[in-house]
Design a protein. Structure first.
Length: 133
């Protein structure tokens, strides 16, 4: 399961709506992330939060590097994950995908046997992957 650590990162002395304004986000988007009620998120939203919270990282996909290092084709990736998202995988590999789908990321993390979500998507620790036992 992929979760957002936003509740642990925000200063509790400031209202969540004030955080949203300061981060340049609309309140519903921040609220959904805060309460882990999302299945996908725009990378622009994650980047704004990373900048606001001064988290390290550059909000970018690392799938292309993983595939190259391991010699895995996108067809093998699709077969191994059970998802036929060739366009999504291509955009991830080329770092042009603008929206992160949690179900796809979970299946990639499991298939590629990654230790953390940061190996796939650099979010500065804003999003974390918890393995299903």
């Amino acid at each position: 399961m992929i979760k957002c650590n936003l509740d642990q990162l925000l200063d509790k002395k400031i209202s969540c709506r004030a955080h949203a304004r300061k981060a340049g986000l609309d309140w519903p988007a921040l609220s959904r992330l805060l309460h882990n009620q999302v299945g996908r998120v725009n990378l622009a939203t994650l980047r704004k939060l990373q900048l606001y919270l001064h988290l390290p990282g550059e909000t970018r996909w690392r799938l292309g590097d993983i595939l190259t290092d391991r010699g895995i084709s996108r067809q093998q990736l699709a077969a191994g994950t059970g998802k036929q998202n060739y366009v999504t995988f291509s955009r991830m590999a080329n770092n042009t995908l603008l929206r992160a789908d949690f179900a796809v990321m979970e299946s990639l993390c499991e298939f590629l046997e990654l230790d953390s979500l940061e190996q796939l998507l650099d979010t500065g620790g804003l999003l974390v992957w918890e393995r299903n036992n």
